[in-house]
Write a protein that binds this ligand. Structure first.
Ligand SMILES: Cc1cc2nc3c(=O)[nH]c(=O)nc-3n(C[C@H](O)[C@H](O)[C@H](O)COP(=O)(O)OP(=O)(O)OC[C@H]3O[C@@H](n4cnc5c(N)ncnc54)[C@H](O)[C@@H]3O)c2cc1C
Length: 359
């Protein structure tokens, strides 16, 4: 049967013999935000790339990739209308299929504050050295502070500032364009859409080969340089070797480290696995017994059902939850992981809760 997935992906059994004759310029391990964006960039530069993802190509499965994610009942009812393969795990509104093409970036909140200099003061890098990379990455994901440009956010910031916290609207990877003329706005930036819009469908034939259900078990080294990857087809159990000149390790923070270590990748400066840091921002929740406040510019962020947190799968609001709650993109500048902050706004019954960040 021809499926969309079969049109967009290549079997490892086809890629391995081809790589034996002409090694790939690069093999990218992991099809999350990092892997896809790197693969796309390499393909745009004319390189041949094999993008290997352990999970499936889960197109159309991710209603939580839109603002609809904030309505848990709606997400469940949309998901219930499809038959998924592999089946979705019953694990709340997100987290059901994180290992897939698009990776965690299909489920993230899109909050993208830069690290501050103090966050990385022990790193062998400075903020200046990272600045161009940040700018480039932010362009790839349409990062903007306009998402937090709302009267409610203004009030929250004023309230937090009055309490001595230097708050301002945080940068978010959100497409703030209105939905019109066939363009669906309001999407949280992910790497899958640009992949489908550009490299996978329109790149010159043969430059990008996406293989799914393809688990890389080892990086193969020869004479101190990478030369290939060992990769297993998870459906058939067959092992293959894919020859290449360069390997991009983008399998996520922990798996990338594990893979480098089991592959005996040389680590003369003992850098592998270091500087995996904590979150650098906090999130504020608004709790209100009355009508939900207006959200400008679009008002498109729906409120969660009463008594629930406005963020899929989590219920981090402490204390009685009496009414609609809205997530507000606020960044408390210069504060690293403060503990819970509770602030009372002018009117009785209105509170702001700082909740522990996750991700
Ligand atoms: C619910 C949620 C909310 C978040 N919110 C935010 C936020 O607001 N701001 C923020 O900055 N970050 C947030 N994050 C974190 C952010 O999404 C991740 O840091 C980012 O997406 C990681 O991208 P990645 O490409 O490095 O890794 P991943 O997205 O994890 O991609 C790695 C991919 O590699 C595949 N893989 C792993 N091992 C192998 C192997 N051996 N062979 C082949 N493939 C392999 C995996 O299946 C996976 O698809 C959030 C995460 C979650 C889950």
């Amino acid at each position: 049967m021809t499926t969309i997935a079969s049109l967009l992906t290549k079997p490892l059994g086809d890629l391995a013999p081809r790589a034996k004759v002409q090694p790939f310029d690069a093999v990218v391990i992991g099809g999350g935000s990092a892997g896809i964006t790197t693969a796309r960039t390499l393909v745009e530069a004319g390189k041949t790339v094999a993008l290997l993802e352990a999970g499936p190509l889960g197109l159309l499965t991710h209603v939580q990739d839109t603002d609809l994610r904030f309505d848990a009942n709606l997400v469940r009812s949309v998901q219930a209308a499809f038959q998924y393969s592999p089946p979705l795990a019953p694990s709340g509104t997100f987290g059901s299929l994180i290992g897939c093409v698009g990776g965690r970036g299909l489920f993230w909140n899109g909050a993208v504050p830069r690290f501050s200099a103090s966050d990385i003061e022990e790193w062998p890098l400075t903020m200046d050295q990272l600045a161009d990379d940040y700018t480039w990455a932010e362009q790839q994901f349409n990062v903007t502070s306009a998402y937090g440009d709302t009267p409610l956010c203004e009030r929250l910031c004023a309230c937090l500032k009055a309490s001595g916290l230097n708050a301002r609207p945080g940068p978010y990877a959100v497409d703030c364009r209105p939905t019109a003329d066939g363009w669906v706005g309001g999407m949280i930036g992910n790497s899958l859409s640009p992949l489908l819009r550009t490299a996978l469908l329109t790149a010159p034939a043969g430059l990008l080969s996406l293989a799914v259900r393809s688990f890389v078990s080892r990086i193969v080294m020869a004479n101190g340089r990478v030369s290939a990857v060992d990769v297993v087809d998870l459906d058939s159990g067959t092992g293959y070797q894919l020859a290449c000149h360069t390997i991009v390790l983008a399998a996520g923070g922990f798996e990338s480290v594990r893979l480098a270590q089991v592959s005996d990748v040389p680590d003369p400066n003992q850098m592998i696995g270091r500087y995996i840091t904590d979150h650098s921002f906090v999130r504020a929740y608004y709790q209100d017994g009355g009508d939900p406040p207006t959200m400008a510019p679009s008002g498109r962020l729906p409120s969660a059902p009463a008594g629930r947190c406005g963020h899929g799968g989590h219920s981090p609001v402490r204390g009685p939850a009496r009414g609609p709650q809205l997530q507000q993109p606020i960044w408390l500048q210069g504060r690293r992981r403060p503990d819970v902050v509770r602030l009372r706004c002018g009117q009785p019954g209105r509170r702001f809760h700082r909740v522990p960040a996750h991700g």
